[in-house]
Write a new protein. Sequence first.
Lengths: 232, 285
Amino acid sequence: MLEIKGLSAGYNGNDVVRDVSFHVEEREAVMIIGSNGAGKTTLFRAICGLLPASAGEAWFTGANIAAMPAQRIVRRGVGFVPAERHLFPRMSVLEHLHLGAYPGRPDPETMAMVYSLFPRLAERRSQRAGTLSGGEQQMLAVGRALMSRPRLLVLDEPTTGLSPKLAHEAYEALDALRRKGLTLLVAEQQVPLAMAFCDRGYVLENGLIRLEGTSAELAADPRVRTAYLGVA
Amino acid sequence: MTAYVLDGIVLGLQFGLLAAGLTLVYGLGGALNLAYGQMAVISAMVVTFAIDAGIPALPAVGIGLVTGAALGLFFDLTILRPVYRRQGEARVLLSLLLTLGVAFIVDGYLSWRYPFRGLTLHIGGGPVNILGVPMRRGSLVASAITIVAFASLFLFFRRTALGRAVRSVIEDEEGARLVGVDPHLMLRLILVLSGGLAALVAVTRAMVTPVTVTGGFEITVFALIVTVVGGLGSFSGALLAGILLGIINSIAASYIGTFLSLIILLVAAALTIVIRPSGLLGVRE
């Protein structure tokens, strides 16, 4: 479904991620793990069109999206939930969900699905996003992305700033989405959580893909165990 | 006293609409348009020429509004191009310099080519009593048009998908792109709207007092003061500050003198900046 070939991207001519290749198949859940500063955010921003790629290709359902701006990539079916969330502070929850469906009208079924996934959003539908708690803001960022009815949902560190309990709930919500047939690509620092949830993964270090494998293979790898799972 | 307050509200509504056009462009694109008053004056001049050419007043006003909107589009496609390529402070500064240059050229050309020209639109009929104060029909029609314009803008921003899309860019440009909104397209739309508003204010002003060929800078200065007091980028702030300053201006002009009213407005703006740096309804950084 998504195939990244030799993608490089960065800021002011300095590539942060270099020659990255990986793929995500339909209905898979794939994780990109790596420490802070490994380039996960840069990689995701390039895939979603917020940052122009300096080299390489990104094929999504038969089209190269590497040179497309974000606003066009969304309409092709890639929903992005950035780590910084990028909500609209003075707009209500309901307005976010309406905007998520832009330029069309919100689909009532999708709206009902978002509300049943995150009942808190239904309770706070007229509240401004800026006044929501961190967990609620994360739900809203996911809900807004879902309103465009994406085929692939890309999440950059969905558990940032969440308590362990909320982080666990976030992954339960993602699991529910996955059972509905959504394909997921997740960047995560909380590796054990992501590993329990994803089928496969890639390890990103200093802007390069160092390792790849199924979650079980990665969990058994001694390098992963010491660096990301805290096992000596 | 009631008379001054009512006069102030008439003026203030127009101030507010004027500032709304300026503040939206700033909120959305981070650019300040100092040729804003000249946009209004050019539109007013087009209306006078159209009327001179024998076109009835109403279609002539329509031509004026289209001129304003077209000027907005022209600005977006030409002098604002290099402005958009810069970020933050450099963007504001370049927009100030370029639009100020355009303002000087337009002002110079118009006052050389068409000195002493101006637009006055007469609304027939005698005065109407409002709260015991006889008000000129022109003022009432102008205010009614301005209120309708404000209400339509408010509905547009709150109730339509396009209006919400514009607000989303003001709130968070990256977030807007992530839901499929093209920020450049929204900015172009807002410049067209802003030009149209400048023309609308010029036309409604002309129902109350002549809009002269040299009046551009005064219009820009009024709009800037109201924008600063209301809060840069705040639409409802523009309305509130417009009415407030309109009333202050009207009372100051009658008790102290017209020559001092602009200074009093500037003092009011300076005080606002000291007490509330982000304006009445502006977002605090």
